[in-house]
Design a protein around this ligand. Sequence first.
Ligand code: FAD
Length: 427
Amino acid sequence: MAETSKPRLLVVGAGPVGALAALYGAKRGWEVEVYELRGDLRDASTTPLNFTKSINLALSERGINALRQTGDHRLLNIILSETVPMYGRMIHGQDKHAKLTEESQQYDVHGRYLRAVDRANLNKTLLDAVDGLPNVKLHFNHKLTGTDFRKRKAWFEQKASRKPQTADGAQTHQVQSDDRAKEIEAVFDLILGCDGAHSSVRFHMMKFTRMDYQQSYIDTLWCEFTIPPASDTSSSTSSGEDGFATSPNHLHIWPNADKMFIAIPSIDKTFTCTLFAPSVDFTNLEKSSSDVLKYFNINFPGAADLIGGKELHKQFNENPHLPLISVKCSPHHFGGSGVILGDAAHAMVPFYGQGMNAGLEDVRVLFEHLDTQHSTADGRALALNSYTKERVPDAHAINDLALANYWEMHAGVRSPLYLVRKKIEEF
Ligand code: FAD
């Protein structure tokens, strides 16, 4: 029997996946509540989780299609207008005469391309799209602390903030309070865990279902750097154009054995860069950070010139050195009341550039399954079950591909010329 009222959809996490899921639910007329641990990303005072500024991501057709299927072409156009096309990889190196070299490798013979997107901007645009919709409520500074998937209840700790947000809608009420935090109880028909790699929804779901779970870290850390626009640096390369310090339409890679440095263009003509290296490299450089420039000059010739020696030191010292986690689990749902999406279900190493894209795709696929079932609790259980059946093998496969592409990016991209190059000695 069909439900008389619209389903109550509770989205935990307002990252790119949670924000898109809220939009999908809202477009179907569902009553949507979004609970996010951190403050509103659109406030200048909120620092993106783990990131100093924001990272640039490769947005591919997988993610774009999920955005397109919202049916909101204006939204898609806004997002795409704030991207930079990357037609291929630019592999940086040095020949036997120590001359800097660049080799462009097209992604696609038909000219199709990836787009560089600012993760925070994408997230903000999606939040703008749901904010103000009559059937959506956004609650920032709310941390999920418990979920009962049978009683369809969830509990949140409302953090004290400078701009407190109350969650006093028809579906919530305050059950306890003190000076620092309040506990909020929320009821739902369906809860979506879009709360990232360390998902609390997943943790609570494990108590209700026999979930297989596998988590691993690779022995690689990452640190973010920024290449300023050409006018800000005295040493732009000859391929710099349009105010960028180097070719804007490539994903730049400085490959080197067990480490690599990459740079992705931004619309403000900077490049957001990432150093990926074994943890021991970070430990050594943390002990003697004066060696950072030397390390770059040996391992990634030419890269430091684009950033500047002083900035390189500063950014290495100030920006966090972060781990890379990989998560596989199954099933992704419990009954008809809960499902995990995005990094919560399948955090992966970033070398295939598909983590967020796959998370956005989860939303599209989930709602396809929900749309084909009746909007009843029984129908939702069938939909979530068929979603898990379809999605788990795909999530595992892309997770494995991401790990495999690490080898491709730091070693396989090299032309035969580089394959014969002697391994550079540790400094
Ligand atoms: P998140 O972005 O982690 O968002 C989860 C949200 O949940 C956060 O806002 C968090 O505050 C909130 N939350 C957490 N716990 C709670 C709680 N208890 N209660 C309430 N809220 C909570 N992907 C790509 O597609 N292309 C790329 O090129 C790419 N490059 C990457 C490069 C690097 C260096 C890294 C680290 C990742 C990269 N990724 C890339 C992966 C991408 O960043 C993630 O897959 C994506 O951000 C996941 O989105 P999400 O919404 O699932 O999770």
